[in-house]
Ligand binder design. Structure first.
Ligand SMILES: C[S@@+](CC[C@H](N)C(=O)[O-])C[C@H]1O[C@@H](n2cnc3c(N)ncnc32)[C@H](O)[C@@H]1O
Length: 274
């Protein structure tokens, strides 16, 4: 059996870096390529390719538990499920910089009750749990039973794993169950199926699953640059473009789209909607 594939670039910056690197190699292979074109491509490739390493080096390191969870996720062979739609792949894991951002958001909002929609192997859930005070909790939704079991093995040995409550099943059903139980959350991280984003946001707002002052954080809102850089977006690219437009036109909320990793949108209710 061959070794698992190396992670592929999945953010606008890393895709740009890869494309510039390929263009540079091509230009270098053509005899007589203009020296100023080569040096311009070298500089552009260095600028794009150095960004993510620089961000990693100058952000606080992840905890030993998070580093172990990431290592375990990358070492696992996910190919047995590769034919399933929405199959798990290591590139789903958010990682150090986004994990730090989430931890800052937990601290800044003084959140105690957090909801996550889309857990995968639990990196972002554990990152947020680590930033919670004693008594705080992360309720996290995951559709894939195997992935949920994998995450729970990591939580069982992690210092803050006991703060995490995993709900296996379609997130929309879990949201309605939580609403029926009168639950409300200070911070919500949406990172599941992209086609579901619009209904997740709507359910959070209409069922008051997000508190009046609560913060909603949505991942992959740049979707590899597809909303603006391709004429043939994938279904995920189309779903994110539609989601971003819907959020921008929704009078109930205000938002900012940050170019962190594959795009992170922060959303809160407008003053009038609180
Ligand atoms: C991008 S991954 C989450 C990554 C994770 N937040 C992290 O930072 O490591 C998306 C996850 O959402 C799950 N998912 C997809 N559709 C779902 C649904 N309808 N309900 C719940 N989870 C879903 C997938 O199985 C996958 O594990």
């Amino acid at each position: 059996m061959s070794a698992p594939k190396a992670p592929r670039p999945v953010t606008p910056a890393s895709i740009l870096a890869q494309q510039l690197e390929q263009l540079l190699r091509l230009a270098e292979s053509i005899p007589g390529t203009d020296a100023s074109l080569l040096s311009g491509l070298q500089q552009a490739s260095r600028l794009a390719g150095g960004l993510d390493p620089y961000l990693n080096q100058h952000s606080s390191p992840a905890s030993p538990d998070l580093q172990a969870l990431e290592k375990r996720t990358l070492a696992h062979d996910w190919r047995s499920q590769a034919d399933d739609p929405g199959a798990p792949e290591p590139e789903m894991l958010s990682g150090q910089v986004e994990g730090q951002l989430l931890q800052f958001l937990v601290h800044a909002t003084r959140a105690c009750d957090i909801l996550e929609i889309g857990m995968f192997t639990g990196y972002s859930a554990l990152a947020m749990a680590e930033a919670l005070p004693t008594g705080g909790r992360v309720v996290t939704c995951e559709l894939n039973r195997d992935v949920a079991a994998f995450a729970q093995e990591s939580f069982a040995t992690a210092k803050h794993g006991a703060k995490i409550d995993v709900r296996v099943g379609p997130a929309q059903e879990t949201l309605l169950q939580l609403a029926a139980a009168g639950e409300a959350f200070d911070l919500v991280f949406i990172d599941a199926d992209k086609a579901g984003y619009r209904s997740y946001l709507d359910t959070l707002l209409t069922h008051d699953l997000i508190t009046r002052e609560g913060l909603i954080c949505v991942d992959n809102t740049l979707m590899q640059g597809q909303p603006w850089a391709t004429d043939q977006p994938t279904p995920n690219g189309r779903a994110i473009d539609e989601f971003n437009r819907a959020v921008a036109e929704d009078p109930r909320v205000e938002q900012v789209l940050l170019p962190v990793r594959d795009g992170v949108t922060l959303i809160r209710r407008t003053e009038a909607d609180r």
